[in-house]
Design a protein around this ligand. Structure first.
Ligand SMILES: [Zn+2]
Length: 469
């Protein structure tokens, strides 16, 4: 199944049109940003059918569907529907030649009638202890853009679901391939995309462009941000609420004696992710340069797209790749000599996969590794595979480096971009950054909402939050 999907993907991806979406400047020069566009929705052409339901029942039944949602697939209307397998399945033949099957049980759980789904919120109200797993359909009736359903044994219940909903949520093999292709990480930043502060505070489109760059490339630099905390907090709030951690709502990265974190020293920081010892590490990190005196030397920021490294690693070291999806590493932060003592230990593999063996999570943070606690037979296997991945990361050609200047704000996806820093020589000067985090799901939500409101409705690509899709 998986191999079919990957083979077919190549064909499907090639058939997408590559259109220019945004042009943005980059940290080193101009770069053109494009994305696989998915066809824009046209007004659906739907079949007129004779129905047992009168016209009044159509307009009086409002079903829930995301009102500002832009569908990624054109609803061409249907040419035929058929109940088969004694009511277990409905075949829908769409006007564009596509075919979808919907199981009776799937339709029952996704019934959009106001008894089953709360119209305003879209939340389900069904009693899932009362629905038989082998429930059978009695009738399917299509009128305009609505599908009316009756199930055997449910005399009172008049089910309904819109054709838009079925079209959008079709789970035919072709639609599953399309859906997975649309959210795959395909781009690699060769340069750091750049946006301007004034643009972002003045238009929703510019906010979308900023977040789009972060979603596509894993990071984006914003220039000319006023060097005061409220400016950077209000930018974070354009994405979502600030995610508070044990380091506070915001944190200062300033070299100091006896730091609670190595980041607050002048030492080199090797490539890592932050707070990997949590169940859900913070998603986006915003790092704002407030001060960087001329006498300070070193301290260049480094970034590496670890998903790209791991995709290559999957091909170059299949065995080690496999091992790192199965044997869990230990991540920890245990530190008692501080105001709020830390004792956090979390076990998980470095790489997580979905049902199609696609990489959906990478966890890499050597400074926060704890003792490996796995079966004896796995210890040497783990360290061999670990070394292979460490080398792949170390040898990657795709390291991005940038020397922050006052007013620069770097925003990067902590689930995707490893980050580090060169050693700092203060020479009596001051280097001061302010940082905060925003939850990755809030970020993903904002990208989707803005895409629907001011973009073309395309979904965000994978953000490394381990969602299977
Ligand atoms: Zn219902």
């Amino acid at each position: 199944m998986a191999s079919t999907i990957f083979r077919n993907n190549l064909r499907i991806q090639k058939s997408f049109q590559f259109n220019k979406l945004f042009t943005s400047s980059s940290a080193k020069g101009q770069s053109l940003v494009t994305r696989n566009r998915i066809p824009v929705v046209e007004k659906p052409v739907r079949k007129n059918t004779n129905s047992v339901f009168n016209k009044g029942s159509v307009t009086s039944h409002q079903t829930y569907f995301y009102s500002q949602h832009k569908s990624q697939v054109k609803n061409t209307g249907i040419s035929e529907s058929k109940i088969i397998k004694d009511g277990k399945l409905v075949e829908i033949f769409w006007n564009d030649g596509k075919k979808s099957n919907f199981h009776s049980i799937w339709l029952r759980y996704n019934c959009q009638c106001s008894n089953c789904t709360q119209p305003g919120s879209g939340q389900k109200k069904i009693d899932n202890t009362q629905i038989a797993h082998d429930i059978l359909l009695e009738s399917v009736d299509i009128q305009d853009d609505m599908v009316y359903l009756k199930w055997k044994g449910e005399i009172e219940h008049q089910g309904q679901v819109s054709l838009d909903y079925l079209n959008e949520n079709s789970y035919s093999e072709a639609d599953i391939i399309r859906r997975h292709s649309a959210v795959r990480m395909t781009k690699l930043a060769k340069e750091i995309p750049v946006v301007n502060y004034t643009d972002v505070i003045n238009s929703k489109e510019a906010v979308y462009n900023w977040l789009y760059q972060i979603n596509e490339y894993g990071l984006c630099l914003m220039k000319d941000v006023p060097t005061e905390e409220k400016a950077f907090i209000s930018l974070a709030n354009k994405i979502g609420p600030i995610q508070e951690t044990n380091y506070g709502k915001t944190f200062s990265v300033k070299s100091e004696p006896n730091p609670v974190n190595i980041a607050y020293s002048t030492e080199e920081l090797t490539l890592h992710m932050d707070l990997v010892y949590l169940e859900s590490p913070p998603g986006l990190q915003l790092l704002h340069c407030l001060r960087f005196d001329d006498e300070v030397k070193g301290g260049k920021s480094t970034y590496l797209d670890v998903f790209h490294v791991v995709e290559q690693f999957k091909v170059s070291h299949p065995e080690s790749f496999q091992i790192l999806t199965q044997i869990p590493a230990t991540f920890q932060k245990c530190h008692y000599e501080r105001e709020n003592p830390f004792h956090l230990v979390y076990q998980k593999p470095h790489i997580t996969l979905n049902d199609y063996k696609e990489v959906i999570g990478v966890h890499w943070a050597p400074p926060f590794e704890g003792p490996l606690l796995v079966e004896e037979k796995n210890v040497e296997k783990y360290y061999k595979a670990y070394k292979d991945l460490a080398q792949a990361i170390h040898n990657s050609d795709n390291l991005l480096t940038y020397l922050m200047k006052p007013g620069d704000l770097m925003t990067f996806n902590n689930h995707r971009m490893l980050h580090g820093r060169g050693e700092i020589h203060l020479n009596g000067g001051i280097r001061h950054f302010k940082g905060c985090y925003v939850c990755i799901d809030e970020f993903k939500c904002k990208v989707q909402v803005l895409s629907n409101q001011v973009g073309d409705g395309q979904p965000p690509i994978h953000v490394g939050n381990q969602s299977w899709l």
